[in-house]
Write a protein that binds this ligand. Structure first.
Ligand SMILES: [Zn+2]
Length: 139
């Protein structure tokens, strides 16, 4: 009798109250950024208070989804068994057109990565609640 090797479930993000709008935006295939209604600062990652003027109100603005690779790393040792057959893969920091920086995955070959590479947001629907941001090289 052969025994089935159990697959590890995919690790999923924990959605805390500060990030709910961000995740709701991704679900609609939109990239949102928190925007302070008092001083207009763009805040990322989302926070309960504006770090510039301490305003407690929060607003949101839709990003174009376009940006440029600012920096990256290549993951070669999986941090969780689910990623074991995914390594090596890049994780990028993208400077969005609006000026805020986002950490994310990217679909591209490692050799393609370079500073300033133009990228755009892509969306990976995982289940009924979660959509992940996956950048791709812009056309
Ligand atoms: Zn502010």
């Amino acid at each position: 009798m052969t025994q089935q090797i159990s697959k590890f479930p995919r690790p999923m993000p924990q959605i805390d109250p500060d990030h709910q709008e961000w995740w709701a935006g991704l679900r609609r295939h939109e990239v949102l950024v928190q925007e302070c209604p008092r001083c207009s600062a763009l805040i990322f990652p989302p926070q309960p208070t504006c770090p510039h003027c301490r305003c407690l109100e929060r607003g949101w603005r839709k990003s174009s989804g376009r940006g440029k690779v600012y920096s990256w790393i290549v993951v070669r040792r999986p941090s969780h068994p689910w990623f074991a057959d995914k390594v090596p893969y890049p994780v990028v920091v993208v400077e969005m057109e609006e000026g805020f920086r986002v950490v994310g995955s990217i679909d591209c070959r490692l050799e393609e990565l370079r500073e300033g590479l133009a990228v755009e947001a892509g969306f990976e629907d995982i289940d009924e609640q979660v959509t992940l941001l996956r950048f791709r090289v812009a056309e």
